[in-house]
Each structure stands twice: as structure tokens, then as C-alpha cells.
Design a protein around this ligand. Sequence first.
Ligand code: NAD
Length: 306
Amino acid sequence: MKVLVATQKPFAAVAVAGIKKIVEEAGHELVLLEKYAEQSDFVAAVADADAIIVRSDKVTAEVVEAAKNLKIVVRAGAGFDNLDLAACTAHNVVAMNTPGQNSNAVAELAVALMIFMARTQFTPATGSEIQGKTLGIQAFGNVGRLVGAKAAALGMKVKAIDPFLKPEQIVAGGAEPAKDLAELYGTSDFVSIHIPATPETIGSIGYDLLMKMPKGATLVNTARKEVIDEAGLEKALEERPDLKYVADVAPDNLAVLQEKFGLRVFATPKKMGAQTSEANVNAGLAAARQIVDFFATGNTRFQLNK
Ligand code: NAD
């Protein structure tokens, strides 16, 4: 089988070497397409691929249609909004992600962003400490749970909400369950967002929730920019000079926000939550193993389009 690694933003060399080893030891062939300039280069490269590993590369209907031999595509990472799942299903292509593999990297960044904002972006101004403050975690999945554990270790009180988990599961993960979003936002000095971008979550966090936050609160977003209602965010920051927003997924209106609100708003120049060599290696190797296992045994444990 031909396994194509198509990465506009390549994996670290050590990850590529590991992927190659796993694929070739299982008797398959590895083909690399890195730093491609145009989406059309990606479309051209998939013609004879049986499997594809991608990072944030866009697996569109055009890609799936051009890949006549394609059986499986794996997104090395957690979020999978770059995969057209309906197109995969229509062409009998199994689509997977590699949940959990880069969670620690994202969780460490979320904690770092909280401290960065509490210490006024490392300017000499008097900041505040996160110890003793309340952190509300919106979605208690792989990243959310790790953020909670790290925050608790730093002396924060941790609350969480997740509509797909029972309160007991949140307690077992070390957090206090919040009754609803109003309570989570209304009682948390920091809210850290870890929901996926879905039709239900897109644009779901905006003015109303932000206005409920306690004085001096900070909203931390390492999930997806689309979950924020940017006009609502701007309005809330305008009306509440004590609120702050920090993101690893820059809003489209970042320039306006920074001009208007200065040190109260920060976004990483490029999404970097999963950009650690450890996460790179973990997610890349997991993607390779999932493909090898799928061809050997038909294992579809991490299939997204079941
Ligand atoms: P996960 O799948 O482990 O957890 C997501 C959680 O969200 C689950 O517990 C689920 O129950 C909950 N959820 C699903 N739909 C929801 C909804 N409609 N409302 C509220 N909660 C809902 O994912 P994860 O690994 O924890 O990652 C969380 C998100 O972080 C990803 O979806 C991705 O968008 C983002 N992410 C960003 C980076 C980065 O580089 N900044 C890296 C990895 C993941």
C-alpha cells in the first residue's frame, strides 16, 4: 500500500523517520509531500495513494475524489475540521484523528497563556497570581482534563462542564461540575475553552457569556477561533475594561482588538498549541500505527465517519 504524508507544515524530521519506519516495517511504501505551495499540488499527489496522513492540510471533496485508491485518511492531531467527512463517507474512505496525542502540549500552552495574561504580558506592570483563582474548563476532553490537573497543581480551584460527560466523570477527573455555562462563566476568573468547532459550537461564545464573568476575568481559547462570536467579544471588551482575551487561534478582528484594548488582548502569531517536538512525534507515529493496524486487522477504533 502507498502511504502519502502530505504536510504543508512538515512534521519534525524525527517524526518523519519514525513514521517511515513503522510504515516500511509493515511492508508498505511511504511517499512524502512537504511544504507544497498550492492545494492543487496536494490534489495531484493523491492520485495513487491508498492512505494519507495530514496535519492541518485540507482534505476536501476534490482531494478525496482525486484519490481513486484511497481507503483511509488520518489527521495527525485532535481537531478534524480540515477533513470533509461527508466526502470521505461518500467514497468509502475511513477518516480518523489521533486523539490525545498532542493534548499535553496544548494544555501546557493554555496554562502558560493564563500566567502570561495574569502578569500583563510580561511587562513590568503589577500583575496577579493564578494560585487561589477559579478556572472554569469548557469541555473536559483530553486537553481540558490535563489543563485542569495542571491548574489544580498550581493551586487553582477547578470547575468544568461537558455536555457529554456525567457529573461523576468530571469529579473523577478532578474538577467540580458546573451546572451550566452561565455558572461556569459567572464564577470563573479564567475560562479555558476546549470545545471542538461544530455547527452547535461555532459562534457560541460571545457577549452574553463574557458579560457574566467576574471582575478582572480572562477568557483563554486554545480550541478554535470559530467558536467565538467576534463582534460579541469586541462589544464585551469595550463595555468591560477589566476583561481580557488570550488565544492560540487568533480572531479575524485581532488587529482591531489589539488597537482598542492593548495588553488586554493577545494571540499567538501562529497556532502553536501542538507545536512541540513531543506532540509532533506522538501524533505522527500514532497516525502511522493506526494506518498499519487498519490494513492489517481492519481496526477502526478512531474512525470519525462511522
Ligand atoms: P477531545 O475530543 O478529547 O475533547 C473535546 C471535548 O468536547 C469532549 O469531552 C466532548 O464531550 C466535548 N464536546 C463535544 N461537543 C461539544 C459541544 N457541542 N459542547 C461542549 N462540549 C462538547 O478534544 P481535545 O483533544 O481535548 O481538543 C479540544 C479542542 O482543542 C479540539 O477540538 C481542537 O479544536 C482544539 N485543539 C487545538 C490545538 C492547538 O494547536 N491549539 C491542538 C489540539 C486541539
